[in-house]
Each structure stands twice: as C-alpha cells, then as structure tokens.
Ligand binder design. Structure first.
Ligand code: SF4
Length: 134
C-alpha cells in the first residue's frame, strides 16, 4: 500500500496515525568495546554476528528522513565504532527538517555533550546507557 503523504499545512495526526514513521531507530553496528555480563551478544548460545550498517542500507532509509521528527542511531553495540557515523549524521541532516533532531546511543559513554568529537558537523544528542561510569 502506498502511504498518503500530507501536502497541505494541515496539522499532522498524532505520530501513531501518520502514514510514515515520525521517529526512526537505526541499528548502526553490533561491534562494541565493552563486554557487559548481561549483554545479549555474550549470552550463551548467542548467534549475533558482528557487522556495521552499510551505506546501501542507510540509503534505503533515506526516503523516510524528510518526514521524521527524530532519527536515533543506536545498536546492540557502540555506534561510535562505526567509521561512517559522522557521515550518516551529515547525510541525514541534509534530508531532515530543521526542527527534527538526530541522536545516537553511546553505551560506553566515551563522549558527552561536553566532550563531543568535533567530527560531527551538526548538533547531535547522545544518550548513554551507563551514565554512572562517566
Ligand atoms: S555496551 Fe551494550 S553492546 Fe556493548 S557489551 Fe555492553 S550491553 Fe553489549
């Protein structure tokens, strides 16, 4: 079914009733520099393979970007390990509305708003899973 995309200035329905997603959570990588004992990657019998989100898969998501209120780049692993994270953020920013925000999960807490690497050319939000180790 082809989604109906509003073309007028009518107020959008509540997010759950919109034809396209308003928030997108994208798993960027399964690589991680931690070995948390409760991690599903390290659970007995885990078959999770290590790998990065590819540019081709990211490209396939781009048609949704202009409709988003938020893009969240997360993973089972640490998104900062992905060598293209900054590029993904820049590419998404170019497609997204000015008021929409981009964030990424930062489980190893290796950066914060105070120590954000300068490689990010656009403001991003970070969420640390383990703020107690900051
Ligand atoms: S930070 Fe997340 S992905 Fe990494 S080992 Fe811990 S639980 Fe697993």
């Amino acid at each position: 079914m082809t989604p109906v995309i509003p073309t007028t200035a009518e107020p959008l329905p509540v997010p759950a009733l919109r034809p396209l997603p308003s928030k997108l959570f994208v798993e960027t990588t399964t690589f991680c520099n931690l070995s948390c004992p409760m991690c599903v990657k390290h659970a007995e019998g885990s078959t999770i393979e290590e790998g990065h989100l590819t540019q081709a898969t990211f490209d396939a998501l781009k048609p949704a970007f202009s409709h988003l209120e938020a893009l969240f780049l997360n993973g089972i692993g640490e998104p900062l390990i992905h060598p293209q994270l900054a590029s993904f953020i820049a590419q998404a920013r170019a497609e997204m509305a000015t008021e929409a925000w981009i964030g990424f999960h930062n489980p190893t807490a290796c950066c914060s708003p105070r120590t954000m690497p300068e490689k990010f050319s656009t403001p991003v939000r970070t969420v640390s899973a383990y703020p107690s180790i900051l």
